[in-house]
Design a protein. Sequence first.
Length: 332
Amino acid sequence: ARMLAYTPAQIRESRLKPANIEIKHPVRAAYVILVRNSELHELRATIRQLEDQFNARHRYPYVFLNNKPFTEEFKRAMEWVTSGDCHFGLVPYEHWSMPPWVDRVRAKWAMAMLGSKVPYGDSESYRKMCRYESGFFFRHPLLDDYDYYWRVEPGVEFSCEITHDPFKYMADNKKTYGFTISLREIPLTVKTLWKTTNAFRASYPEYIAPNNMLSWITASNGDYNLCHFWSNFEIASLDFFRSPQYTAYFDFLDRAGGFFLERWGDAPVHTLAAAMFLNKTQVHFFDNIGYYHRPFQNCPTDPQFNMQHCFCNPNRSMIHNEDSCTNAWLQL
Ligand code: GDP
Ligand code: MN
């Protein structure tokens, strides 16, 4: 078999990673990518787009996280396709498991009952992933050096040139949480999430922001209207997740066991937290970031911007879909 060229010297001489350029970033920020070794090629395609549309001009670093050790092949492939520094982290067992207080028998039963009624209904590993993305990624020591992160997943696409630095935008405008797509959650996955969240609110009224976004996620009958930011894309402040409010909320939810007894996703969890703890002005809709994650996309609808910078069809943008909650959010 032919050997893959991959020495550090060769990588430094590559198009993307010239060693002689030093970049001073305006913000302490990184891409954070939870990924399996088997997703190497999907991720290469995604990062190649991200580099071409934005990062080759900025060289922000990458943090790759995995519950299993990354292979040498994976690490080398990421060094080749990225312009920024790469850091590879292992997720500890306690952060990727069913906590000891969850009743094993009930959990197995609940997973079997949800079965094929909802995507990943019977998957234990998916639930571990959702719990990790809800409560632990921001505690990984590799993120200690950063104030903001951008979540990226293998297979997603960036369909427009990113003409302004989103990290800098967040910092300059005192934004805490940025999104591109919002939609409605599958009711069966979050049966008692709202009830549990209301119990949390009753216990910690001092944590609720004065200009919060709770009205945006509350139906006319007082229930959760299932609106959430789609967290596979997220540009956010790490201090938001590290805050006493957020960690108390996560602990409260984790104790209730719904990550396993139901199938609470990290998207509604992040969203309910943002709705309680943030004022609307701290949240930003990145309308000009072209983004696709199967089966939805955000495609900039400004005709001039779209023609100049994008390859997506604005008529297909999620903002026109009746399941999107973004127009309601804009009207808040
Ligand atoms: P979906 O978007 O809800 O369909 O879920 P994904 O399959 O895209 O998973 C969400 C993110 O978690 C992606 O970045 C995946 O690569 C990652 N992920 C999911 N399951 C695992 C796992 O078992 N191990 C690792 N390391 N990453 C995972
Ligand atoms: Mn995904």
